[in-house]
Design a protein around this ligand. Structure first.
Ligand SMILES: *Cc1c(COP(=O)(O)O)cnc(C)c1O
Length: 224
């Protein structure tokens, strides 16, 4: 086995050992070459996360067909059409307009698209997502009920990028609380079960605060 393949499989094995049962691991493969993804796949990883539409579309035909692709990057409405039908989950729905667009394109392709709503709680202005109030208001309005080709599967969020673990924990607690609130008010047609939070640097805190899906890139593949 070439050295990088060995490192990837060892990294994967040690992360899998640390993550409690029942928590989904998304291997974030953005900016990683196809060979690195193949190595992780051969080590048993099936779910991969990508953040750019073009990059994902280039990689798909070069990799095994049973890979489940999660889209985790900011998605522009003009790229939605190309993406629909290619993903197992779009995790980064950060506006109502985007959700509407995903619904429209899914109807025209005759598919149901599974999505997560992205919540913005981090203390950085650059990160995308709904504010907690905005999201609760949207769900209370019931406007999503007309969007029959999207399935709302849960929430995705990022914690603040800081070494202060109290801040990070607080971010994840906020997300977990919004998740519970939304679960209670959402119509039961939507399987609102996934709480996607935690990356290489902060996933143990996220899991302690209720995450059931972690998105890990550099701890598997090395630095991008
Ligand atoms: C890049 C990225 C990750 C993975 O980050 P690492 O620190 O490399 O683990 C997770 N989630 C999102 C949304 C990302 O963009």
């Amino acid at each position: 086995m070439p050295e990088t393949a060995l490192i990837i499989s060892e990294n994967l094995a040690s992360i899998r050992e640390m993550i409690p049962d029942g928590i989904t691991l998304v291997a974030v493969s953005k900016f990683q070459p196809v060979n690195a993804i193949k190595s992780a796949y051969e080590a048993g990883q099936i779910i991969f996360g990508e953040s750019r539409v073009q990059e994902l579309l280039e990689k798909i035909p070069l990799l095994p067909g049973d890979i489940k692709w999660h889209f985790i990057g900011h998605l522009q409405t003009n790229k939605v059409r190309q993406l629909i039908g290619k993903t197992s989950l779009i995790e980064s729905v950060d506006s109502i307009r985007l959700l509407e667009k995903i619904n429209e394109e899914s109807i025209s392709k005759n598919v149901i698209t599974r999505v997560l709503l992205q919540l913005h709680v981090a203390r950085e202005e650059t990160k995308f997502g709904f504010s907690p109030d905005e999201l609760i208001q949207f769900v209370k309005s019931g406007a999503y009920k007309d969007m029959r080709a999207v399935s709302l599967c849960g929430l995705m969020a990022m914690g603040t990028n800081t070494n202060d673990i109290d801040i990070v924990r607080n971010d994840f607690q906020t997300v977990a609380n919004v998740f519970k609130d939304l679960k209670n008010i959402l119509c039961k047609d939507h399987p609102f079960e996934i709480l996607s939070m935690g990356m290489s640097g902060d996933w143990p805190i996220a899991v302690e605060e209720g995450s059931n899906e972690v998105r890990i890139g550099s701890a598997i593949f090395g630095n991008r």
